[in-house]
Every structure is written in C-alpha cells, then in structure tokens.
Design a protein. Sequence first.
Length: 174
Amino acid sequence: MAFITLGDPLTFSTFIYLMRKIRERLPEILICTVPGITSFHAAAACANLPLAEGEEAVTILSGAKGGNLLKEALKVSDNVVLMKTYRHFPAILAQIEESGLQDNCCFISRCGLEGEIVEQDFARMTGMKQPHYLSLMIIKKRGLEMPQTIPASHRGLHRTRMVNRTCPHEVRYL
C-alpha cells in the first residue's frame, strides 16, 4: 500500500493520522516513509524568499484554527511560516495588521501548480476571497527582500501572467 501526499508526509500532513491508525490496528505492518519537499520550502523557493539566515529563528505554525499563535511566535522568532491559512484568512490578516507587519508578509497559494499565486501586496491580500487549501504565509519581521519571481516558461509550467503591483518588473501568476 502507498499513500501519496503533496509536501512532506510528516509535516502537517494527513499521513500522520493514517500512520498512527495503521500502527494501532496493524502493529506488525512496517511503515516506510519517504520524505518530500515541505510546502513552505517550495513556497520560499518559488517566491525567492530566504526562510532564515545567520542566527535568525524560524517558527512553523498551523493557521487551521486562526492566527492566535502568531502573536506569540513573533515574540520569539524572526520569521514565521503560517500554514493552512485558507480557513481563517481574514483573522490571520487582522493579526498581521495588528502586529504592524503588513509589508513583511508574502502569501503563496498552489505553489508549483496551475493557478499559483505569490502575493506581497497586503491590500490585494485583504481583497482576496477565501484562499485555496494549499495556501501559506511567510512573515519576516526584518522585512522582505523584493524577490525575482521565475517566469513560468523557465519552470516548465503554464500559467496566466500578471504584473505584480508591488514590484512592476516582477511577474505574478494567477
């Protein structure tokens, strides 16, 4: 039997729950896990945003229940990755705004897939409808470097192009 997942099977994945159930019900079964590329690593690469450098601390949180843990994480981390932002997106954006980090966050949705979005314009984020399930935020307290997004043609993917208003020479995919 095989269970295929997007991202890494042991990072915020349904596979974790399945693995526990199999171990509970069929302890004689050997489970072999093959690591994958985590969505936050893929998203950071897609946006050309370093997750951490030097002595910076990074925290990876689930936003499945909202952005409640974000404020606490920002007290101890230089950078935060907030996974599963789809369900409580307005509340998460409110937490980011309350923290004064509107210009320090990047929203990535459907990374590497048709319909990929990489957005740094907070006003545009607040105007979005409910994001896709495969969405996350990267928040950097010290600020974002302006990324140079790789055109779809160079990545072998076909997407619709749109100029990103945060950086006119940059390409944004919708």
